[in-house]
Design a protein around this ligand. Sequence first.
Ligand SMILES: Nc1ncnc2c1ncn2[C@@H]1O[C@H](COP(=O)(O)OP(=O)(O)OP(=O)(O)O)[C@@H](O)[C@H]1O
Ligand SMILES: [Mg+2]
Length: 280
Amino acid sequence: MTALLSIRDLTVTYRRDGSEALKHVSLDVAAGERLAVIGESGSGKSTLALAIAGLLPASTRIEGCIDWFLPSRSGVTERKAQRSSAKTTHIPLGGRDIGFVFQDPSASLDPVMTVGKQIAEVAYTHLGLGWSAAYAKAKTLLERVRLPDPNAALRAYPHQLSGGQKQRVAIAAAIAAGPKLLIADEATSALDTIVQAEIVALIRQLVAEDGMTLLFVSHDIALAAELAKRIAVFRHGDLVEIGTTAQVINTPHNAYTRALLDAHLGLDAEPLLQQAGTSP
Ligand SMILES: Nc1ncnc2c1ncn2[C@@H]1O[C@H](COP(=O)(O)OP(=O)(O)OP(=O)(O)O)[C@@H](O)[C@H]1O
Ligand SMILES: [Mg+2]
């Protein structure tokens, strides 16, 4: 597989005298793969996701590099700016290269803008569509993420929707400009288990249909095993292990990975071991 992006020796420090949130991380992400990033709270998962998306705060010190290999620019290696000076209060969800789904859709969606406008705006800004075509695209996307009444949802404000519906809207905005890479950072963690399973299935389907690359960030090793073909394990800012899902689950090299597994296996061993590597 060809690489979509290549991370080399990435070190991220939030404050001048603070400790490193990521330490000398090197990692390739192949075009079209589904990679999970797991680890306990504070291990650096979100820092990695935000670094890739160029969304780290301007005060952050970033060393190392992230190189992109975008098929649209064949043969050209593009080094993307790693800092965002976004002035908007809401972090952009959808772009042409990257779609980003955050944990809390109530925070990532704009509360005073209709759902339709938030999705249409991504298509208007990044695809150059006129507003009526952008709204038509928004409606199609609301159908794709299976909102029960797409016409009503177009005119709804986020607070009129359930948590699961809001996350579907956030996913629609994230994929509206047809990004190469979809980053989901704990995108299902705030949802109850039934809705969580629905959203995981939706992400899997959309990623397959659109041929997107998936970076799935989660503290939940079982969810990671369900969705990803490869798993990267982080601890205290270090990438401690990376391998295929089957390898990481069945024959983990690292003691910390084994501890994560033991914690999960204490709950329910069989389903996880059975599903490892079985997903297409
Ligand atoms: N904006 C910030 N300013 C200062 N320190 C930060 C900031 N964001 C994260 N950190 C620190 O960087 C380290 C890594 O945090 P990060 O949010 O990447 O972890 P995480 O693995 O995503 O955790 P969680 O599972 O809780 O989301 C932690 O020590 C955290 O306290
Ligand atoms: Mg996080």
